[in-house]
Design a protein around this ligand. Structure first.
Ligand code: PNS
Length: 159
């Protein structure tokens, strides 16, 4: 059983994340999409909301499981018997942080390999942060995120 963890804040999930999940599914028997809940980042959506949006968006996809984790990512990966961590790489700007995280995770746990997957070119400019900003300013984000997320953003910023 080849299992991978796809960790992130997912605040909220975008079509770029979906694309990475689809690619990872082709390489692994199971992909655990794992929401970090000790992240220092101030989230727009609560952990429960982020998990619900993930369920609505990828909950029914075969070989995909949704989870949450607290503490170190590599410890969660070992506990789940996962051999790999998946991260999406969009541009050079992602590289420095991702490289640092991958090497540190490898130092902490040699049995877990980080694998970078590049989303489709049309998603390289997508980020949860930019999506939230556009939605907050009243822009239409429906072509960048799953339908459940688009609705949730409209509700969040209504009034
Ligand atoms: O979507 P993000 O915000 O880029 O995801 C970052 C995340 C959650 C993958 C990262 O912050 C993480 O792994 N947090 C868990 C704590 C941990 O293991 N930190 C050490 C990383 S070297």
């Amino acid at each position: 059983m080849r299992r991978a963890i796809y960790p992130g804040s997912f605040d909220p999930i975008t079509n770029g994340h979906l694309d990475v999940i689809e690619r990872a599914r082709k390489l692994f028997d199971e992909v655990i999409v794992a929401v970090a809940h000790n992240d220092e980042k101030e989230a727009l959506f609560s952990l429960e909301e982020r998990l619900q949006l993930l369920k609505d968006s990828v909950g029914k996809i075969d070989k995909v499981r949704i989870a949450q984790f607290d503490g170190l990512l590599v410890e969660f990966a070992v506990a789940q018997k996962a051999s790999a961590v998946i991260r999406g790489l969009r541009a050079v700007s992602d590289f420095e942080f991702e490289f640092q995280m991958a090497l540190m995770n490898r130092k902490l746990e040699t049995g877990v390999e980080t694998i970078f997957l590049m989303p489709k070119e049309e998603y390289t400019y997508l980020s949860s942060r930019i999506i939230k900003e556009i939605a907050r300013l009243g822009g239409d984000v429906s072509s960048f995120v799953p339908p459940a997320v688009s609705k949730a953003l409209v509700r969040k910023f209504a009034g």
